[in-house]
Write a protein that binds this ligand. Structure first.
Ligand SMILES: O=P(O)(O)OC[C@H]1O[C@H](O)[C@H](O)[C@@H](O)[C@@H]1O
Length: 617
């Protein structure tokens, strides 16, 4: 165990160095949170995974070390570090670094920060629901498979309990299940809850984490997240040792734990059975492999597919592992798609299904290895939805292909509304189209599907819930109903649905970074700088007869030419201008790349190396 002694020594040195921030954890070393922090830290100390017995041995030493250090103070908490809460906003989510050890990425999502955010959400919820004191509001808390999940779950629970609300912990859960818990009517499961918090950073690396918030009206938007973070900053400043201990005590006395995923998964099972005229096992005999990428989606094989009769052997990476040792859990990721495709082919399966870490994104693979992700997933879902709702509008993100528009409009008879990037933007737009209320600036246009190339998708029939698992339920319904009506051939029915979709020979996304420290940007914002780049590009297009500006476009600059198109836009979150290019041939894609390159060359704070490299190949 010499290795443990060395590690413990390192941990103690590290803990001493960061004692100021760590005192939060050491207020009560006997709580569940303190040893868990160590387990978390130890398990991944130095980037190497230790065995369970090594971790246990180190834990014993460290817990006694904590006993010596912990001496609860009754004064204010001067050791809490200054935090820029607004930097934690990531569109309609909150994201930060929750695990130390990656160079240049200091921890921003500490436990006190997390507790303050949860307390701020609780205060926001109390106002929204205009709650009276007679019946405390309930908030459900779930998490994905990240290694920081337990620590943050404890801190979130303390924030909620400290604000006087009831906490219901679901443990490992999916993001859509958390939203669903605000809609489920089942008092035995303490549902519906008034608010839900999902602890996740989706497909981001292991050291990150974050929060998504829901009420029965859906996920919170940007404006509400801003309000919550502003309030969290005030709460954080006013923390006292006594107050923090009180919230911890309240949480330990009042937390309830429930297996809500059983309710959610049985809803999915019921949805497939209902579509199959109440056959108990409509997927009997189908061989379907699932790839959960070691995220939270492993439940789909055992709790959805198997009860429906499917064979799931060959499914992979179902067990949660927050280090994501096999591939990034993200259907947009090429390696991830290659992995599930290989699993389908090796197992001679009928279908493959892949999820991201928190199961709000998904994709599929047919029996011969064709991928249904990005434009092909949208085409497939559009075909399914347009059979049910002829003529309906399909709302998608901005990076969808021209071929998809032709497919939806000419082959399927629907309308393609290409909107902005961002799943929340896409869903909100689909809702806005359908609401017949002038106040919402509605156009009274029917839409049943809002979907992104990222694999996020929401259906009107499912409360506009952004749910990768429900998208796959629709795919399963199609498989089952085709067989019930005598069509053999397994997933060929799906492949046939997307026949005629024109696919580009070349499709790339190049991400051009804006250097915020460059003298050209200093003093201004990267957004302003990015807007200036886009403006100049637009002027270039107008003076170039070989390029045509897209007549309708909601973000960035999109133009057609050379048998293809490009879109340059500002990233939703980062100081980056993502450039998407699609063309029939590599030469044409290069011409499009060159057009962008020559337009933006004067912008010295824009790192065009990815584009330069593309052009040179
Ligand atoms: O604008 P980008 O940096 O390309 O990021 C855009 C993406 O950000 C997040 O991952 C959201 O979950 C996606 O809905 C969105 O499409």
């Amino acid at each position: 165990m010499a290795v443990c002694e060395k590690i413990v020594e390192n941990v103690i040195v590290a803990k001493n160095r960061v004692l100021k921030t760590n005192q939060y954890n050491q207020r009560d070393c006997c709580s569940a949170a303190a040893p868990y922090n160590h387990r978390n830290f130890l398990s991944f100390h130095g980037g190497k995974k230790l065995s369970f017995s090594q971790v246990d041995h180190c834990m014993k030493i460290l817990v006694s070390f904590d006993r010596v250090l912990s001496a609860p103070s009754t004064t204010a908490v001067p050791y809490l570090e200054k935090v820029d809460f607004m930097k934690l906003q990531n569109g309609s989510d909150i994201r930060g670094v929750a695990v130390a050890g990656v160079e240049g990425e200091p921890v921003t999502l500490t436990e006190p920060v997390t507790e303050a955010i949860a307390a701020a959400f609780s205060a926001w919820l109390l106002e929204m629901k205009r709650a009276d004191a007679s019946k405390p509001l309930r908030v459900s808390v779930g998490h994905d498979s990240r290694i920081s999940a337990q620590v943050l779950q404890d801190a979130v629970s303390q924030g909620i309990a400290g604000a006087g609300l009831d906490v219901v912990q679901y443990g490992l859960a999916s993001t859509p299940a958390m939203f669903n818990s605000t809609l489920t009517e089942d008092e035995a499961f303490l549902c519906p809850v008034d608010g839900a918090i999902m602890i996740t950073a989706s497909h981001l690396p292991y050291n990150r984490n974050g929060f998504k918030f829901f009420t029965n009206s859906g996920g919170l938007g940007k404006a509400d997240i801003k309000i919550i973070l502003e309030r969290a900053a005030d709460i954080y400043k006013s923390f006292t040792d006594q107050g923090l201990m009180k919230s911890k005590r309240k949480a330990s006395e009042s937390i309830k734990r429930l297996d809500y995923m059983t309710v959610y998964t049985s809803d999915l099972v019921k949805a497939v059975r209902k579509a199959a005229e109440n056959i108990e096992k409509p997927l009997e005999g189908f061989h379907i492999v699932v790839d959960a990428g070691n995220g939270a989606g492993g439940f789909f094989a055992e709790k959805v597919l198997q009860p429906l009769g499917a064979i799931t052997s060959g499914s992979q990476f179902l067990e949660p592992d927050g280090m994501f040792p096999n591939h990034i859990p993200n259907p947009e990721d090429k390696t991830a798609m290659k992995s599930i495709t290989q699993a389908v082919l090796e197992n001679k399966a009928d279908l493959g299904i892949i999820f991201d870490t928190d199961v709000d994104r998904s994709a599929a693979v047919d029996s011969i290895g064709h991928e249904f992700n990005r434009n092909r997933l949208i085409a497939l879902m559009s075909a399914i939805v347009l059979e049910e709702h002829p003529g309906t509008t399909i709302v998608t993100d901005s990076v969808t292909s021209d071929g998809l528009t032709t497919f939806i409009e000419k082959k399927l008879g629907g309308k393609h509304h290409r909107f902005k990037r961002g799943y929340k933007n896409v869903i909100d737009e689909a809702v806005r189209l359908g609401v017949s209320d002038l106040l919402f600036n509605s156009v009274g246009e029917e839409s049943h599907l809002a979907i992104e190339t990222s694999g996020h998708g929401a259906l009107r029939e499912n409360h506009w819930l952004d749910d990768g698992a429900y998208l796959m339920v629709k795919v399963l319904n199609k498989l089952a109903s085709a067989r019930a009506s005598g069509i053999a051939g397994g997933s060929k029915v799906l492949t046939d649905l997307v026949e005629g979709l024109q696919e580009p020979g070349v499709a790339v996304e190049l991400r051009l970074k804006i250097d915020q420290n460059h003298p050209d940007v200093k003093g201004g914002s990267f957004r302003e700088y990015g807007e200036a780049v886009l403006q100049l590009l637009e002027n270039h297009i107008e003076s170039d007869p070989k390029l045509q500006k897209a007549p309708v476009n909601y973000e960035g600059v999109r133009a057609s030419g050379f048998g293809g198109w490009f879109l340059l836009r500002l990233s939703l979150h980062d100081p980056v201008l993502p450039l998407n290019i699609e063309a029939t041939s590599h030469e044409d894609a290069l011409k499009l790349g060159l057009a962008v390159s020559s337009a933006v060359k004067e912008f010295h704070a824009l790192d065009t190396s990815a584009l330069d490299k593309f052009i040179q190949t």
